[in-house]
Design a binder for this molecule. Structure first.
Ligand code: FAD
Length: 416
């Protein structure tokens, strides 16, 4: 093995760290250089809302200890974004103006919240949630004595996590969503409606089928935000959170050098269309077992598995071989679990029924279970997705058991 081998990892989050872990576990002893646009160690975006709401400390948001990271022997170029990846020249440039070459490169840049749809230029920068900086800003805002009422725009999982954080800070919180229910594209209407009943019981205000059409900043002590909704209502809030989805920023990749669809398209070993460039995590579009299509699943476990897959494949190739077929990315199914102050939602697989698919809904005293079935050619049906909405969030309780059992059935059916 040449001493000049360098594996560059752009983005030092879970996909990046897991790629480094897999490289070292597979015996790669060359240089690993990770590029991070932040000065903090790799953190878990999942835990940011719990930090805001006071359920986790700042330090608890960092899954890897300093010793564990040091053991990986990774040279981290931090505090500066990568602004150019040029696969033709194997070149990486940072915003600080430094240039680096590589032997293999993995793009693990995750995704950033978008504020598209929020009235830009209104004089107020809405709160968003992804990074530790975002979380620190939200925590400060929610803990200010001037913050009594917050509006969350969006109805996704991340929006709901922000609602929970606001409730835990003792804030009166409302949501506005452009679709008919919470959980936008992740829930069937029956399960979403049950979840909404739980939110209403906790005092969460909800407006659906509407958006924010105008925000006026009312200067004063304290300053207020007068919001006009698309339905015509006008209300005042102290802070606004925007959770309108996420997007990866691939502007740093030399134009046309890597195939990008919704994210970077990868093969079974996370290889992109550019030689020696790999992608993993929220930045990659890989196999979704339910649809058999390449999709971004946007979940932690998938990012970790994809990072590991890329790391193993690179280690094999740099050792002069080929990755083992058994190390190929096996695909994944979308899963979601969210609890807002005791109201629980669990889902996996397909979240909407397409034409020809059947939805079955079962309501019990404390739970709604909605399942989506797809007809098979032999006349049977296979389960391809489910939602469980429960009025109680009891670890190890019936809702979690049902969720685990149904997830397993979907995965088994997909892998047949
Ligand atoms: C509030 C919230 C709650 C969530 N809850 C859940 C949950 O309950 N369960 C679940 O499975 N998933 C959840 N997720 C999603 C999960 O956090 C992500 O799927 C996972 O973090 C993706 O890992 P990643 O390594 O691809 O990206 P990230 O963790 O985002 O890491 C990418 C890193 O790259 C950096 N970067 C970006 N561009 C550049 C550049 N040009 N140069 C250098 N560095 C760059 C970013 O700043 C970041 O540090 C949640 C996400 C959020 C925001």
């Amino acid at each position: 093995m040449s001493e000049t081998q360098v594996v560059a990892i752009i983005g030092w989050g879970t996909a990046g760290v897991n790629a480094a872990i897999a490289l070292r576990a597979a015996g790669y002893a060359g240089v690993i250089r990770a590029f991070s646009d932040t000065d903090v160690p790799p953190y878990s975006p999942i835990l940011t809302s719990y930090y805001v709401g006071g359920e986790k400390t700042y330090d608890e948001c960092f899954p890897w200890s300093a010793d564990e990271l040091a053991e990986l022997d990774v040279e981290v170029v931090s505090g500066s974004r990568v602004c150019l990846l040029n696969p033709a020249r194997r070149l990486i440039r940072t915003e600080a103006g430094e240039e680096y070459t590589y032997t293999k490169c993995i793009v693990c840049v995750g995704a950033r919240p978008t504020t598209v749809g929020f009235p830009a230029g209104c004089g107020y920068e809405p709160l968003v949630l992804r990074t530790m900086d975002d979380a620190a800003r939200m925590k400060e805002a929610f803990n200010s004595s001037a913050c009594e009422r917050a509006l969350v725009s969006g109805a996704s999982m991340i929006a709901l996590k922000c609602v929970e954080a606001a409730l835990n800070c003792g804030i009166n919180v409302s949501m506005v969503g452009m679709n008919d229910h919470v959980l936008d594209f992740s829930a069937l209407p029956e399960a979403a409606a049950r979840f909404e009943r739980g939110l209403a019981a906790k005092g969460v205000g909800m407006r659906f089928g509407q958006t924010i059409s105008q925000v006026e900043v009312l200067e004063g002590e304290p300053r207020k935000l007068r919001v006009t909704f698309s339905g015509g209502d006008v209300e005042e809030f102290d802070e606004i959170v925007v959770a309108h989805g996420v997007r990866s920023d691939f502007g740093f990749i030399a134009e046309g050098s890597v195939e990008i669809d919704r994210a970077i398209v990868v093969d079974d070993f996370m290889r992109t269309s550019a030689s020696d460039v790999y992608a993993a995590g929220d930045a990659a579009q890989a196999l979704d077992l339910v649809s058999s299509e390449k999709r971004v699943l946007g979940i932690w476990k998938t990012a970790a598995l994809q990072g590991q897959c890329a790391g193993r494949a690179i280690a094999a190739e740099l050792a002069g071989g080929e990755p083992e077929a058994t190390d190929a990315y096996p695909g994944a199914i979308m899963t979601n679990t969210i609890a807002v102050n005791g109201t629980l939602f669990i889902s996996a697989g397909a979240s909407q029924a397409a034409e020809g698919q059947r939805v079955e809904v079962r309501e019990t005293e404390d739970m709604t279970v909605a399942c989506i079935y797809e007809p098979e050619s032999d006349g049977s049906e296979r389960l391809i997705g489910f939602n469980v909405a429960s009025d109680t969030d009891e670890p190890g309780g019936a809702a979690y058991d049902t969720g685990a059992m149904l997830s397993l059935r979907i995965e088994e059916a997909c892998r047949k």
